[in-house]
Design a protein around this ligand. Sequence first.
Ligand code: CMP
Length: 286
Amino acid sequence: MTEATQVEIPEHVLRYIHEHEILTLATASPTGVPRAATLTYADDGVNLYVWTRPETATARHVEQNRLVSFTIDEYSPDWRKIKGVQGTGEAQVLLGPADIERALELFRAKFPALEAGLPSNTSFFRIAPSELVFIDNSEAGGASDQSLAQEFPRELAYSVFRDLPAREVETIASKLQQRKVAAGTVIVRQGAPADKFFIVVDGEVEVTHEEDGKRRTLARLGPGQFFGEMAILRDSPRMATVEAVAETTLLEMEREAFRGLVAQSLGTTEHFDEVVRERLSGIAGA
Ligand code: CMP
């Protein structure tokens, strides 16, 4: 089975990938234990292919958690000359004979020494990139800074919407806007209509709930935590007030974008369900 990827890879990045031979592949176990491995790879202009033995940590991780990231780069003692590709994607073991033969052909074409054959008991993996960042420090400085700035919201989106497929998360990340608020700003007011969903990038917010004239603190939320999902998901007014207790940077997403992108998938997003359930019981337990 060949899956189409939606990523359009710019020509110079494709060339860079095609002309290099080794990548560092980072995988993680379902509990988040990381592993980085250096592997030779081949590409078909869209996907990357690697091989390893099935008993390696890399192979086991991919079996249980398809999300991977990788770098393809080259050493330079001068940091200004550092170049490379950083990517995120989904890896999948190849099981069909035609897929395996195709991967082998790509390897043979790139590494003629492989004509002698690969070790037996080898698994091939296809990596479909969902995001690629080309780092080139030799270009005018701004370019890499920009890539890094874009990288950060995506990392957060991955951690917040971690049960969603990588491509869906990419779309979500592209809809987030950054906003800074001063300490003391009320971001969300209990009882008000809900227009946005928020993720805390840095700083801290306090969640309070008022009932019968009494105000109670429910939680303080910091980097990587989110709020403003309940009223949107339940189609109700804001259930609590959220106020910045320090200067706080937020990522925000318009209600309709949040609903449109995520609502359908939330049934399968256990992490989200769990957080909302817990928060509801916090409010009910007044
Ligand atoms: P919403 O009702 O849209 O606006 C107020 C937000 O406060 C709510 O969504 C949640 O995101 C957040 N919130 C409510 N209760 C809790 C809680 N117990 N712990 C953390 N956050 C909460």
